[in-house]
Design a protein around this ligand. Structure first.
Ligand code: ANZ
Ligand code: ZN
Length: 862
């Protein structure tokens, strides 16, 4: 190989990428004799362009994959496409391009954009979720879920986006409006398919404690999402009726403070009353126009409607309470009804003050006087929600909150009015979407037989390609023929389900599909999933902390219960990376300017490139098209190469934090690579051939460098294990700086130079793989560094060989000496007495005693 002093990035990177592909370096095969390591980054949506967030995500995963491979693991590192979803349909509507075509084109473009990054991916395992080879298995899974009772159909209230003509998930409703359309969301009742994730609520929750390689914040978010509450269900009998109002409460200890009951606007009793009460019907309709997410309900003004009904208090049948319909009571949680205790719940307090309902304290702070506290609360506007002692509560008086809860539940049970229960906030997952670009739900509606599953031998139910997007709504429903089929049971004319699955369905099992991506007859080859799962390291954005990760955890359990898999948890380790930010720029009229359109002078001035107009530099913010502060990865890869982009991403800040992309940063990384390269092509000493043994005798500097190299091996290894990639880069820089200033005349310099540079290349290889290969080749190797084992440090060389010893005369510091570690008594004394400062103090006086603390202090007493 020619040793040029200019490193040709483009040629070199392409050359090594070709070499890796040719040698099948990243092809993964099951091998029971080897320990496996499965590295996965969250697979991308094929939007058509990669962004810097992708570059960071895949760089982080790639470092882990390459590092683990060098450590001897059998690594699986695949890539695929989360290819169904709304943007493809929007493109079809706006630009007339078919979603399938648009998606496949985007995949091709993005694959080409990813390839120059030099990722160690097994491209033979690529999957795309929009292809029937993929989604046919999803349809089979769904049929198995139906058989196992894990999927079912029910009528439910949904968020309806009147512009998009589709159901929205709660998360897609922002401030009561559709996340895309911005149109006010309506409530509608539809028959939908649900997956019974709640069956696993307790298991999904309790297993969080074992996910010790997950970020705490994600574990907390999942815990809160599942939302376990201990409480009681209590029935308040309706006066003058046979039935009652069943409520869920977490505070049965406050039952004596009840002042009303409230029903959800969707509660059956409310619906029944509304039939004969137009004002109530109007109130319910008004509630239906309000956002339905918990956040919406939390922030909306509390409103109620007095039904005129009364209920009896469970502890005292003569005590009657009014029944309201209230907008803040969710039908989907608990029983869809509550009892209100204004003194100890702020929402109830607000409600009580608004509608003039009574407020009676039943819990007082420990040291408060019960009578005074009761009086104070009668006019208060802040609820008391703290811990305390039961008051005004008959048989509960004097008990702590915990004790009173237990006693109240006992009493309720004895009266036959209810029981203690555990309630979860987690809801079953509605998976029906009224959309074209998704996996068809394999069901048939027969007028006689009802809902009939598509027979397995008829799978996949393929999406028809000949659809039109001219009408709003679901093109599958408008298709002239596709939905018409014969009922598989009775043979009569029937209709296909035209809904498709929520696209979170596909991403809930793709990680398992990568284990046997070509398996035709089954979703997974059992031996392959048993070998590879769980994913050892998952890397992705924290925006998926709840839904995608929770759905995947649910699927893994459901699939295991249906015999597909043998594990419960999909992701053993999870890492969530920070975002990429960039400075923002505004032109003279306050318009956003792209980083490409500005020019920075050496004096710090910033102007518009085209006309020199002044530019205002704004804060660094998350890269976004709307603020025009994005940087195109393809342009960066083109001008600086993959290694520089990877190095800057890794070195700038800890990977979990947000990082600022700067021109100076990428340039700094690029310059460092140039220095690294020169260490290989212009070594300061003539190097021994590859494979030469280390010199036996070393000078002090070469000895130091050898020790530093071993310390760097230990440090970088530890850093890479712990995702401290920025530290690893810093250590590497220190090592190569030290190598750059090695004194070539010292004993052993040539051998140590080679050893240090080779080690640096091996340590750098997971992060900057192309230049590491090039240095390796430059040093005369004919193998690939990618297939070279990770260096092992010599523990004995991790401690410093020399120590600094403080020298005292009569206990006073007089100087310091550097000595070999564990130097003997005579050497230490001689070195100390030779110091001029010590000689001056001793001044010829007789030495009475010398005290030595080995390797630390020597004290001369005169
Ligand atoms: C009486 C009470 C008294 C309550 C008190 C709280 C404080 P978590 O902890 O989130 O589970 N609640 C029950 N079902 C509801 C629904 N469908 N919609 C809105 N609110 C509902 O919350 C449980 C508490 O939220 C329950 O305990 C109930 O109010 C209310 F001093 O019952 B509580
Ligand atoms: Zn039939």
């Amino acid at each position: 190989m020619a040793s040029e002093d200019r490193y040709n990035v483009k040629e070199t990177e392409a050359k090594w990428q070709a070499a890796w592909a040719e040698n099948g370096c990243f092809t993964a095969r099951e091998d029971a004799s080897r320990k496996k390591y499965y590295v996965l980054e969250m697979f991308p949506y094929p939007s058509g362009r990669i962004h810097m967030g992708h570059v960071r995500n895949y760089t982080l995963g790639d470092v882990v994959a390459r590092f683990k491979r060098a450590q001897g693991f059998n690594v699986l590192h695949p890539m695929g496409w989360d290819a169904f979803g709304l943007p493809a349909e929007n493109a079809a509507i706006q630009r007339g391009v078919h979603p399938a075509k648009w998606t496949r084109q985007n995949i091709a473009i993005m694959r080409d954009q990813f390839k120059p990054m030099g990722l160690s991916i097994d491209w033979d395992r690529e999957v795309s979720t929009c292809e029937p080879e993929y989604y046919r298995h999803e349809q089979k899974m769904f049929l198995d879920f139906v058989k196992a009772g894990l999927a079912y159909r029910k009528e439910s209230w949904v968020n309806w986006d009147p512009v998009e003509n589709t159901v929205l998930a709660n998360e897609q409703v922002i401030d009561g409006k559709g996340w895309r359309s911005g149109a006010p969301v309506e409530r509608r009742k539809l028959s939908q398919w649900f997956l019974r994730i709640t069956q696993y609520a307790e298991d999904l929750l309790s297993a969080i404690s074992q996910l010790d390689r997950w970020p705490d914040k994600v574990r907390l978010m999942q815990t809160n999402w599942i939302g376990r509450s201990e409480g009681a269900r209590v029935t308040f009998d309706l006066v003058g009726r046979e039935d009652g109002v069943e409520v869920f409460t977490t505070r049965p200890d406050t039952l004596f403070g009840a002042s009303f009951c409230a029903l959800s606007p969707n509660h059956p009793i409310a619906a029944e009353l509304a039939q004969t009460n137009p004002a109530l019907a109007e109130f319910i309709a008004e509630c239906g126009r309000m956002g339905t997410s918990e956040a919406d309900i939390e922030t909306a003004e509390k409103k109620g409607f007095d039904t005129g009904l009364k209920v009896r208090h469970p502890f005292d049948p003569d005590w009657h309470l009014p029944v309201h319909v209230a907008n803040f009571v969710l039908m989907e949680y608990g029983t869809g009804a509550i009892f209100g205790c204004p003194a100890h719940d702020q929402r109830d307090m607000d409600f009580a003050r608004k509608y003039g309902l009574s407020v009676r304290a039943v819990v007082a702070p420990k040291d408060a006087d019960p009578a005074a506290f009761t009086a104070e609360m009668e006019t208060a506007t802040d609820a008391f929600t703290g811990d305390g002692i039961a008051i005004n509560s008959h048989f509960l008086d004097g008990l702590s909150v915990t004790e009173a809860k237990r006693a109240a539940i006992e009493k309720i049970a004895k009266l036959g009015a209810g029981a203690g229960v555990t309630q979860y906030r987690l809801r079953d997952w509605g998976v029906s979407r009224q959309r074209y670009w998704g996996c068809p739900i394999p069901m048939i509606h027969c007028p006689d037989c009802g809902i009939v599953p598509v027979p397995e031998e008829q799978l996949p139910v393929e999406l028809p390609e000949d659809v039109s997007f001219d009408k709003p709504g679901n093109p599958l429903a408008h298709h002239p023929t596709w939905k018409n089929v014969d009922c598989p049971q009775c043979g009569k004319a029937a209709q296909r389900e035209t809904d498709t699955f929520d696209t979170f369905f596909e991403s809930s099992w793709y990680f398992a599909r990568f284990c046997s991506p070509k398996s035709e007859t089954q979703a997974f080859d059992r031996a392959a999933v048993d070998y590879w799962l769980p994913v050892d390291q998952y890397v992705g954005g924290v925006e998926h902390a709840v839904l995608h990760l929770l759905y995947s955890r649910f699927f893994t359990r459901a699939l295991s219960d249906c015999g597909y898999l043998g594990v419960a948890e999909p992701f053993d380790g999870l890492f969530t990376q920070g975002m990429i930010r960039h400075e923002t720029y505004k032109g003279p009229k306050g318009e956003w300017l792209s980083p490409e359109d500005i020019d920075k002078g050496a004096d710090g001035s910033v102007v518009r490139l085209s006309d020199g107009a002044p530019v205002t530099v704004g804060a660094s913010e998350k890269m976004s098209k709307s603020k025009m502060n994005t940087v195109d990865p393809t342009a960066i890869l083109d001008s600086y190469g993959a290694d520089a982009a990877r190095l800057f991403m890794l070195s700038d800040s800890p990977p979990e934090r947000d990082m600022d992309w700067t021109e100076s940063g990428i340039e700094g990384a690029w310059r460092y690579l140039g220095r690294l390269w020169r260490l290989a092509v212009q070594p300061s000493v003539p190097l021994p051939p590859p494979g030469a043994t280390l010199p036996e005798t070393l000078g002090p500097k070469t000895d130091m460098l050898l020790r530093q190299t071993h310390k760097t091996i230990a440090g970088v290894t530890d850093d890479l294990e712990k995702f401290r990639f920025n530290n690893a880069v810093a250590r590497l820089r220190e090592l190569t700086n030290a190598l750059g200033s090695l004194d070539g005349t010292e004993t052993g310099a040539p051998g140590i130079y080679r050893f240090t540079l080779e080690t640096a290349a091996k340590l750098a290889a997971p992060m900057v793989p192309h230049i590491a290969e090039e240095i390796w080749a430059q040093l005369g190797h004919t193998t690939l560094i990618t297939e070279t084992p990770w260096p092992i440090c010599d523990e004995a060389l991790l401690t410093d060989d020399s120590v600094t010893i403080a020298v005292q005369v009569n206990g006073k510091m007089r100087g310091k000496i550097d000595l070999p570690r564990d130097a003997d008594k005579d050497t230490t004394e001689a070195a100390a007495l030779a110091l001029s400062t010590v000689a001056a103090q001793v001044g010829g006086k007789p030495i009475r005693k010398i005290i030595i603390v080995p390797n630390r202090i020597i004290n001369v007493i005169v």
